[in-house]
Design a protein around this ligand. Sequence first.
Ligand SMILES: [Zn+2]
Length: 383
Amino acid sequence: MIAPHGGRLVDQVLSPEQSAEAARHAASLPPLHINHDLARDAQNLARGVFSPLAGFIGQPDFESVMNADRLTSGVAWTIPIMLDVPSADTVNPEGEIALFDETRPEQPLAVMQVEQVWRWDKLAAAEHVFGTTDSSHPGVAGFLARGDYLVGGPLELIDNDRGPYADYNLFPAETRQVFEDRGWKTIVAFQTRNVPHAGHEDLQKTVLGLADGLLIQPIIGKKKSGDFRDEVILQAYQVLIDKYFNPQRVFLNILPTEMRYAGPKEAIMHAIMRKNYGCTHIIIGRDHAGVGNFYGEEDAIDIFERFPDLDIQPIVIRGDFWYCRTCARVASDRTCPHGEAEQISFSGSLIRKGILEGQAPPAEIMRPEVYDVIRSFEQPFVD
Ligand SMILES: [Zn+2]
């Protein structure tokens, strides 16, 4: 089994008995109400998804990431997991606070030991993480909308609720156990935020010829307008797996965190998180985690050269894919000589347009069962 990032899988989840005690203690602490995305990341931190971080990033690690894309320990890290507050006096430095998920205000989420409160330079951070300060970039806009101060320190999780997709929300220690029970040695992660089309399926099955198992792991959380809704993606994958995959070789499990759209920097984080879930490889394709035209097509591939110590290996998929009528299979500019007239496009925007017009994509592009799932939702897309 691959070692967790930084060597140790973080577990800051309190037992039920400890939780009851901590909840009583939390009632005496200054409360901080945070939005649901931050609450999910607090849970991720405690569950080891962001190992070796055991809490929201502190100032020394934050500055180290901004300078070198590494934590102070030297471990690779490209996007800080931050807790922001509007002003310096929102929380008392060097004290304990009780975190509350504002969507579940009836019970404390976690107890956090505040180690630092500091003012951050949002534009500099945006430039470093996203490679731009253009506020039309959704990740930059997200940074700019956050509070002016960051709060760092370890936390202990009280509310370990698995959320609305509990059956698909195994934690890193649990997926590692699944892989071990199945005897998988090489496990490939497939990151997605889309419903599967025939190009994805072809790629996933090709990879299964090379590795013991496949972890299909949709990102579930805040997305941008026009993305597929979480439940559509999960149901679409479940039907595809049920009908067309060997269930002994594939595992479907969510990653409940928001997309940052940070392109190459996010590709590294996607790899780190999947390593913590127990994966040995991750598929990285063109414009991975990109948005608009902010990143070069192979930026998210090239960046892995800067992190030879990651341990988890990228499986790099180059090329532009389509279905070729003459090849009678999924093809790419690296495999097929037949020209555009023979191509049926996998373009997400074309598929989306067809769905909105009630037009089923050709079976060469999308399994009819997947389309049936999409069509069963009145509103398959995020507003
Ligand atoms: Zn061809």
